[in-house]
Design a protein around this ligand. Structure first.
Ligand SMILES: Cc1cc2nc3c(=O)[nH]c(=O)nc-3n(C[C@H](O)[C@H](O)[C@H](O)COP(=O)(O)O)c2cc1C
Length: 228
């Protein structure tokens, strides 16, 4: 399995020193190479700096990615999929990051604001061992056998809700997400699904995600699509 998936974690302690231009240039370069889940949905990712007063809540870090998207079905899954590529890239390249759902930019952009991601120089260990992940066992979030399920299980999710369910059969994985409840919103659940899908995609040679018809229903869950 992708090494970074097995050791990444949300970093919440950052050096106050802003990132240098060279590092920011590499981040911008990486942003040009991302693979969308749904290529037809327009999105933007910009780099913001909290000293401009963009956010209602800070974290001590000096840099943020701001994700915006066209309002279309699949937009939040698409942003989760795209953003998780950055989260793993940061972790692979010596930078800390975490998804920040509880923040809003004060400036409007062309597209609708979706979510942000903090990033910067970590002031705590960047990686952890597998035993330090707080995750549900595979048996609670999936059935069937597929080596990619473990990568999905390790995915981060808003408030660590892990509200996904994966049903694996004959090389396909049917993906369901929990119906939104009091705490876990629909939006977070959709972003979380996109994030887990990127983890699955990084373990898949030819990744395809489609909606099947006649998929068995799962009580309390919404079918999102099938990795085939
Ligand atoms: C969509 C999303 C939104 C999140 N929003 C916040 C947030 O607003 N504040 C925060 O401290 N962590 C936030 N997180 C980080 C999660 O709490 C964290 O990923 C989860 O607890 C699992 O921990 P790990 O990332 O270290 O594996 C968010 C994560 C996701 C995926």
């Amino acid at each position: 399995m992708n090494e970074t998936i097995r050791k990444r974690k949300s970093i919440r302690k950052y050096s106050k020193t802003p990132l240098d231009e060279e590092t920011l240039a590499k981040v911008r370069e990486k942003l040009e190479t991302l693979t969308p889940l749904f290529p037809e949905i327009r999105y933007t990712v910009t780099i913001a700096d909290k000293t401009k007063g963009l956010f209602t809540q800070g974290s001590g870090a000096s840099s943020y990615l701001v994700f915006r998207s066209e309002n279309k079905d699949g937009a939040y899954e698409n942003i989760g999929f795209i953003g998780q590529q950055m989260d793993l890239w940061f972790s692979e390249n010596g930078l800390g990051s975490y998804w920040l759902g509880m923040a809003k930019p004060s400036e409007d952009g062309d597209l609708s604001y979706v979510i942000s991601m903090v990033f910067g120089n970590p002031e705590e260990p960047l990686h952890r061992s597998l035993t330090d992940f707080k995750r549900k066992p595979l048996s609670e979030i999936s059935d069937g056998n597929d080596s990619r399920l473990e990568a999905a299980r390790l995915a981060p999710s808003g408030i660590n809700a892990q509200g996904w369910y994966f049903s694996a059969l004959n090389g396909k994985i049917r993906c369901y997400r929990k119906k939104p409840g009091f705490i876990a919103s629909e939006k977070l659940g959709q972003i979380d699904m996109g994030i887990a899908l990127w983890h699955i995609a990084s373990e898949t040679e030819k990744f395809r995600f489609t909606k099947e018809s006649g998929v068995p229903e799962r009580k309390g869950f919404i079918y999102t699509g099938t990795v085939g």
